[in-house]
Write a protein that binds this ligand. Sequence first.
Ligand code: ADP
Ligand code: MG
Length: 412
Amino acid sequence: MNETIILIDNEDKVVKVNRTGTVFFNKPYVDIIKQPINDLFRSIGIHQEIQPLALVKHSGTYEEGEMFFPEKSMWCFVTVAPAWDDKTLLGTVCILTDITQLKKLEGQLRHAQKMEAIGTLAGGIAHDFNNILNIIMGYGSLVQDSLGEDHPSRAQLNEVLTAAERAANLTKRLLAFSRKQVADLKPLLINESVIGIKKMLSRIIGEDIELITDLSDNKMLIMADGGQIEQVLMNLTTNARDAMPKGGSLTIRTGLFEIDDRFVEANGYGEPGMYARISTTDTGVGMDEETQKKMFEPFFTTKEIGKGTGLGLSIAYGIIKQHKGFINISSEAGKGTTFNIYLPLLQEAHIEYRESEDASPLKGGIETILIAEDDAAVRDMSRIVLESFGYSVIIAEDGEDAIAKFTENRDK
Ligand code: ADP
Ligand code: MG
């Protein structure tokens, strides 16, 4: 049997032990027999006195509980039951079942539930916070437009708006984490994404690690959510940093890549076509096969408690998948790690990409706009902004109100 089973006499000395028990105590059978059970426990690091007989006598029936064996890093479920010979109490039977794996799963489940709760909480906060930011940015832009080009307060107001925008980016990240965010797909030049976030990445990896970028000359256009792609690069960079505690280098490379039938056959995934490839190569500790098998699983982490969440790669995986892309790795323990991300390329012929948005103020409209918004402050702000551009605005508090207002005003 897999359980350790010990028969103990009336003096708390061992009468018999099964083979699993000899392995458990790491002693030959003869060295276990007739030993006081407490001596045996002491020999494996348990110094607390246990009196099995007193235990069962006290309750008249069996006792059970969980016990940790620090020297073995093992959790056991322990049952102590009286051993009867007809009506004479001979002693006790003690059964130890290894529940270490179960305990680990229990911990993971608790962790998962906690993350789920944090996700819900973060999503809720981010949503409310976004509304507030909208109000700040909306009124701020109105004030900005009303100030002359060389008004002394303009620069200061600019700072306010930039800070608000940064806060808005932060809430986006919170929303991505709680997976409440839908990808906002736009044509995106891969190299620009990398260049845009390079400064942030070098702040993540610190001074002991060199950040090298090797960008392709090709203009690679993909359909992507820029914020989410940045999130992926940040997660990979954070991992690379953790893998290089003594320093090293991280190289981010971009290039064209063709996925052909051979690739699909060799890897068992992929759609043939042209892809943009982003690779991150670190010179860190690398990963053994076991870790590689599990790394994308949510909550899989090899880091100590409090350091790793095990979410970085699973979020990255989710994002890349949402972009119809692929992510794979080549790594060997001790030899560094390369992550490859493949994102389907857009046919440039079909798409017109504007380098920067035209920032000149919009011309006012004469149209009527119906707004349904449940947050009163956001509602007012939207109305004021639109009216300041000349639109007629009808506001509604919710869906039902919107339908009523529409019916009322349908001819307008
Ligand atoms: P976390 O970083 O919180 O542990 P991740 O999902 O980001 O969770 O990564 C999962 C695991 O994959 C890490 O704990 C680590 O063992 C391994 N890993 C990820 N990236 C690297 C890397 N660049 N080098 C070595 N190991 C890595
Ligand atoms: Mg990570």
